[in-house]
Each structure stands twice: as C-alpha cells, then as structure tokens.
Write a protein that binds this ligand. Sequence first.
Ligand code: THG
Length: 368
Amino acid sequence: MGFQLGIGTRVRKSPYFDATVAAGVTHFSTYNHMYMPVSFGDTAREYKQLTEGVSMWDVSCQRQIQLEGPDAGRLAQAVSARDLTGTQVGQGRYVPMVDHDGRLINDPLILRVDEDRWWISIADGDILQWCRAVAGERSLDAKVTEADVSPLAVQGPLAEDVVAALVGDWARELKFFWYRSTMIEDIPLRVGRAGWSKQGGFELYLEDGSRGVDLWNLVAAAGEPFGIGPGAPNYIERIESGLLSFRADTEDDTDPFEAGLGRWVSLDSDADFIGKRALRELRSRGMRYEFKGLMFGGEPITQHEDLWPLFVDDKQVGTVRAAAYSPRLATNVAIVLVDLPHNATGSVVSVRTPSETCTATVVDLPMI
Ligand code: THG
C-alpha cells in the first residue's frame, strides 16, 4: 500500500511511544484519540510469544476516567449496568455501560482506587464527556478528569515470572482484577492481575507519564531471561478467546445481551443505573442477533478489513466482525454478529470473503 498514517498533534502519543518505535513497531491504529501499536511486523512470533511465553503491550490508550469526590461511587454506579455494591478499594470489575435506551456505549474495567475515587479504564469511546454530563444532570458532587495513568500489559504464561522479578513475589498472590500500589525504582505504579487475553497476565498502571520509556525498558530487561518480546492486543488470540472489542464488534444500537455481556448486567439488583428500564424491555424483547464464534475452511485468512456478510440461501444473516487463521485450531476463525435463529451452535452459514464463499459453522465462545 502506498500510504502511511500521519503522525501529528491531534492524535496523542503514548508515554511508551518512543520505546515502541525503538522496539520496531510497524503498525498503529488509533484508540481514544491516541496512537496504539497493533503490530511489530511478525504476526506468527507475536502469537507464539503470547500463547507460549510472555509479551509486553502499550495499552495506554485504555485511558482512566477518574471520578473523585463524595458522590464518586454514586456516579460510578449510575453509568454502570452492573451492581458495584461490595467493590472494595483495590478491586476492579468488568462492566457494561449503556445509554438511556440500553445501547452499549463502552465495556470498561472499573477500579475502586480509594473510598471516594474510581478509575474507569475505557474501551474506545468518549466516556469522559458522558460522565461529566451525568454528574452535572444528577447534581452529583464528583470531579471527572482523565488521570495520568498509562497501562502497560504483560501477558502470557510466563508473565507472572516477569512481574515477580520486577516487583517481588507478592505479585504471584494477586487475585484477578485486584491492583496494588508500588514503586519500581522511583517510578510510581499500580500492578494488577488483568489483561485483554486469556493467557494470564498483569497490567502495570504507570502513574507518571514522563516515565514511560524508563518503565518499558525495565520491563524489557526483567523479561529478557524469559524471552519477552513486544506485541499488542492479539487479533487471533482474542477471536479464539471471544473477548469483545467494543466498536469493532458492535453496531451503534447493539445491546449488552447481543454483545455477549448479559451475565454482567444486574437487572435484578437494587442498583440505580442509567438504562435499567430500557434493558428490562430489551431483555423481554429478546436478542435480534448474537455475538458468536465461526469456523470455516478455505484459504487461510491474512487480512480482514471489511464487514464480510454471512448468508443462508440468498438472505444475509449477519456480519463478520473479525477473522483470522488460528494456528492452534488449524482453521479460519471469526467473531460474528449472527441473526436469530442462525445463532444456534452448529448452524451452517456461508461466509463471503473478498476471494471466495466458504461454508462455515457457528460455534461457542471461547473457542479454546
Ligand atoms: N484492561 C484495562 N482496561 C481495558 C481493557 C483491559 N479497557 C478496554 C478494554 N480492555 C475493556 N474490555 C475488556 C474486555 C474483557 C475483559 C476486560 C476488559 C476481561 N474479560 C474476562 C472474560 O471475559 O473472561 C473476565 C471478565 C470477568 O470475569 O469479570 O478480562 O483489558 N485495564
């Protein structure tokens, strides 16, 4: 292709930007108005590193929207379609966020940082403005800002060894979605067990944006004995694991049930949140389509840019949201939104790629 992505001041650089350039990043995407590394040029190495070793990712574009003040907890609950009751300081939860009509508008990880301070670690979407608007309209005493926090992910079966080497063996005892404050040399951060893969791993929440390159280099050095390498949220692994990519996998009016997040929606609790009434109606209406997996043969997929259609006979019954060749399953795999009743596991549909039409089977997620 004869074009490049323009680098300028309108889209922000991550604190790790220069480090990822030095490490050989070849492809960026944009996410929350930031450049986000998506490839270092060797897809096979990055996949193997993540599934068999350990990989480090610049995911600082997962910005932290900070809610601070006496009503911070009430505001966090108002924007979360999941009951946050009982969330302790240091604990995170995966949360669907919806608007007043029940449309999914984000799927962040929410962390209770202090009694009256919460961080919403957002997927791609302008949630800062949403939170400010909700706080204003409900007269809540909570200040909404973007915190100087930049996540660096360390993912893979050897991630625990790397993070223990960096901060000490206490990291091995951390529970899933729990974060703890620490320092590495003089760099302030929080270490949590989390990450957008199902290979196990940690997130380092850097709390000083001027120290990104220093932290990156310390992690790379600690990881060297374990063969760490640079990577990015992995396109193939996330399909196999069925992790939702908000915006890639969702339409403007997708509801959380259709997006596969129904088990995290607390409709039968007392929690007061935006969209609760609409979600009750949507639940009784039932899904129009469902977030499912797909497997198919044909030429191994190397590129997926557009929403390929799914057909049954001559009728379109869905779209392919992400597709790749899975080395571990030795077949093409995809994430699809597929219309009822073709969402049933085992349903046969045809998928029209730019080069061919293949017979495909609808499967459950995760695939592995
Ligand atoms: N880490 C942090 N922030 C994030 C993400 C992250 N913000 C954007 C994006 N990722 C949010 N999306 C997800 C999606 C899935 C998970 C986390 C964030 C996840 N899911 C597990 C699962 O589906 O099995 C566990 C969910 C649970 O048990 O509650 O981890 O990655 N900081």
